[in-house]
Design a protein around this ligand. Structure first.
Ligand code: 5GP
Length: 217
């Protein structure tokens, strides 16, 4: 394993968590960095599993001790990637995947220019709104304002897609899983026919599907 670093970003509600966890279960030797956050756990989330849930004070002490590779404030909460996650993966010779927002991705790119970046788009703002609404209903929060804020943020984030090497549209989950897996394997230099699939997700030569999704935002 080469010790590659993958950065995956997506607007909130793009279905990224499901996509990433499917790819992790399919690809060997791909570690996932568990971020620190000051937001409250949602649903069945547990400390140390999806996130390390922490207080603002503890998070700010970690910033002061320069323990983060990157950190950002997203929707009023802090989120950060511990430097130790990267050090650990490198020591084990494993590849590491970071699920972080656009601000964090740019910070990581500065420190690790060879990192491979992937942006995940929902097919359209309408689909994104539907997914955000379903999620908020499942969590028993009626929050039109929250949905509006997330949609506005998604529109801003989508404008940064060209700063990523790859972009894929999470419309049909199985296809998006195959594409993300294909990107990881192609970057590893595996020759099992994934190179073409990965190439179809390059932002430098956008596919018709990607252009259509981008135009809808
Ligand atoms: P959520 O609260 O929905 O789990 O995540 C909100 C946003 O924070 C998502 O865009 C997610 O990618 C981002 N995020 C999660 N962990 C980190 C992190 O460690 N650093 C940064 N910069 N963003 C993160």
């Amino acid at each position: 394993m080469a010790g590659l670093l993958f950065i995956v970003s997506a607007p909130s509600g793009s279905g990224k968590s499901t996509l990433v966890s499917r790819v992790r279960s399919l690809v060997e030797g791909l570690e996932f960095s568990i971020s620190y956050t000051t937001r409250q756990p949602r649903g069945s989330e547990t400390d140390g599993c999806e996130y390390h849930f922490t207080s603002r004070e503890a998070f700010e002490s970690m910033i002061a001790r320069e323990e983060f590779l990157e950190w950002a404030e997203v929707f009023g909460n802090y989120y950060g990637t511990a430097r130790s996650a990267l050090d650990h993966a490198r020591a084990m010779g494993k590849d590491l995947l970071l699920d972080i927002d656009v601000q964090g991705a740019l910070q990581v790119k500065k420190h690790v220019p060879e990192a491979v970046s992937v942006f995940i788009l929902p097919p359209s703002p309408e689909v994104l709104e539907r997914r955000l609404r379903m999620r908020s209903e499942a969590e028993h929060v009626t929050a039109q304002e929250v949905i509006e804020r997330r949609l506005a943020e998604a529109r801003r984030e989508v404008t940064r897609v060209n700063e990523y090497q790859y972009a894929l549209v999470n419309d049909v989950l199985d296809e998006a899983v195959a594409e993300l897996r294909g990107i990881v394997l192609a970057q590893r230099g595996s020759g099992d026919g994934v190179a073409e699939l990965a190439a179809s997700c390059r932002t430098g030569e956008p596919s018709a599907r990607l252009l259509q999704a981008l135009a809808s935002f």
